[in-house]
Design a protein around this ligand. Sequence first.
Ligand code: UD1
Length: 361
Amino acid sequence: MLKVINVVGARPNFMKVAPIVEAMKRREREFTPLVVHTGQHYDASMSDAFFNDLDLPQPDVYLDVGSASHGAQTAAVMERFEPVVLKHQPDWVLVVGDVNSTLACALVCVKLGVKVAHVEAGLRSRDRTMPEEINRLLTDQIADLLFTPSADANENLLAEGIPETRIRLVGNVMIDSLYKHLPRAQESDNIRQDLQLNEYAVLTLHRPSNVDDPTTLKRILEAIAEIGKRIPVVFPVHPRTKKMILELPAIELLANAAGLWFIPPLGYLDFLGLYSRARLVLTDSGGIQEETSVLGIPCLTLRENTERPITVTMGTNKVVGTDPQKIVAAALAALDQPEKPNVSIPLWDGRAAERIVAALV
Ligand code: UD1
């Protein structure tokens, strides 16, 4: 029997861990899965909603670290996670993605000599000003087993000197959640009906490089308001972004822009229901580049780079940066394309969790 601690911390972790825990529960003679939530994200809309929507079991342990500076948050996770590992003595600890909790928990494990596996390993933006890039690089250096979503990730790891024996190409576990929940999400369709919109675009924005500087944020929102003249843009606002928007000068002008719909952050099903029927998605998220690709929905990434180049070469993603004119031009061009492309990315097939769990045995 293998005891595995599955770590979640922030919003993009929940849909990656849910299918893995479910796959372990299907093999209950071989696995005892535990869920540890660091509490990096804690608002109901950023955390609880995802447990409910994804059928993720309530955490066995909640570390309640909350928000803080990077150093303080990472340290708090380490300090509170270490006694949990010592108490439970797991055979494996599984960390996912690239948030501060991912690195903090991996670091605790290697120091204790407990085996740690990293899901979504090998992605690189090559932009070391992104906190996530540092988390990815360091977690991959220290983890015992690296589960990659696509072949480019294997190449990155090999180029960094990581031996092939530590790497397993398993596909994209986020897409397991997407395929499982898409029918239910589209059935409920709450948000689209509430807003009474048929044709619309969706925007998400939360990267510090886009939202923490008022000038950059304002320029991006003005570009979006311009796109809003052609098609309504629905914008579920992340708490970090909300704080910054409320401080912008003349925010009422933007708030009143006809085509711009500010709404609170959504749970997994409501958001999937919304973007899966969108004409276009504009985002600075990593995961949404992947999810829109699988669904054949045009995606414009409002960043200068992506750690997920396969969404550009094989999916629907276009990295457009943050220049307002380029954003508007790319959006209008995408809206002029009537055809929804058919996308198929190897191993993004809804069965990545099965492969991960099999590899742990
Ligand atoms: C974090 C991750 C990022 C991920 C994002 C998804 C790191 C370094 N960053 O960024 O990779 O894409 O989550 O959302 O791990 N806040 C709330 N309620 C919450 C959580 C946060 O109000 O439940 C507010 C706090 O004011 C906090 C701010 O949002 O200071 C930022 O939260 P934080 O977890 O530090 O970073 P994110 O920007 O969410």
